[in-house]
Write a new protein. Structure first.
Length: 273
């Protein structure tokens, strides 16, 4: 921890490592001593949990506003989980990893990260993102910032060879150019109905419905977005053959993350039933 340490009381049921390690973000690691390190809003941060308190190496004002919002602490997850648990399958997933919350991430970083995530695993995604930040972000105390769309828009695809990101490089550059030019307008997307917001993001080469929905859920906090990757397709085929319950549509993004994390990390127990 740094010289200045802020403290936030943790809401009941929250698990910081489940939340940061469930596939919705890729810039946090956990040390052997239990301290979690990562970069948020161009700050290199350390998080340590002790009982119901979260300690962060930052000023209290930043913790109370930015970190509180980042972890979505203002939302009543107890009532959401209680409602979702009326479904037997979701109840199992919540019992497995109910400490997960959907983060309030910066839209560009989330979009770019999930473009990189295509046909990829979490370890490799994290590596590509780290190289992206080291090579094109700004040096900050303890790490590197996430490069802006404007900065990346000035590059050519070949400039990204250092990332070893393969076919994804051309998608990153196209996304950067369209976002920085305003052709893909984040402010507009924030206020559009879900289907229209998805179509706006799909103007970017290489962004299909799944990546668009990931960006909407994790970058725009659209809790009605329901990203459907290979794991969720398996869950739906085996456990929801008649479709996912409509009564959960307003928070189905939260439900999706419980299902995704359980299926990905404990497939036999969850899908082998």
């Amino acid at each position: 921890m740094g010289k200045e340490t802020a403290v936030i009381k943790i809401p009941k049921g929250f698990d910081i490592w489940q939340t940061l390690n469930c596939g919705q973000c890729f810039r946090f690691t956990k040390r052997d001593d239990g301290v979690i390190c990562g970069v948020l809003q161009n700050r290199s941060l350390e998080f340590k949990v002790d009982g119901d308190s979260l300690y962060i190496n930052c000023e209290q004002s930043f913790a109370d506003k930015e970190i509180y919002h980042f972890f979505d602490f203002e939302r009543d997850y107890d009532s959401i989980k209680s409602s979702l648990s009326s479904d037997k399958t979701l109840s199992l997933a919540i019992n497995y990893a109910g400490g997960i919350r959907i983060l309030n991430q910066e839209p560009w970083e989330a979009l770019c990260s999930f473009i990189i995530s295509q046909n990829n695993n979490i370890k490799r995604i994290s590596g590509i993102i780290e190289r992206l930040c080291q090579n094109f972000g700004d040096k900050i105390d303890g790490g590197y910032s996430f490069p802006t769309a404007k900065k990346l828009s000035k590059l050519e695809v070949g400039n990204l060879d250092v990332l070893r990101s393969g076919f994804r490089a051309k998608y990153i550059i196209d996304a950067a150019k369209k976002v920085s030019s305003g052709e893909v307008d984040f402010e507009k997307i924030s206020s559009l109905p879900l289907d229209e917001a998805r179509c706006e993001l799909m103007k970017i080469v290489g962004v299909g419905p799944k990546v668009a929905d990931c960006a909407l859920l994790f970058g725009f906090h659209r809790l009605d977005a329901f990203p459907t990757d290979v794991w969720i397709k398996r869950v739906l085929e085996k456990l929801y053959p008649d479709g996912f319950p409509e009564n959960f549509k307003d928070v189905r993004g939260i439900a999706q993350q419980y299902l995704f994390h359980y299926a990905r990390t404990n497939e036999d127990a969850f899908l082998g039933r």
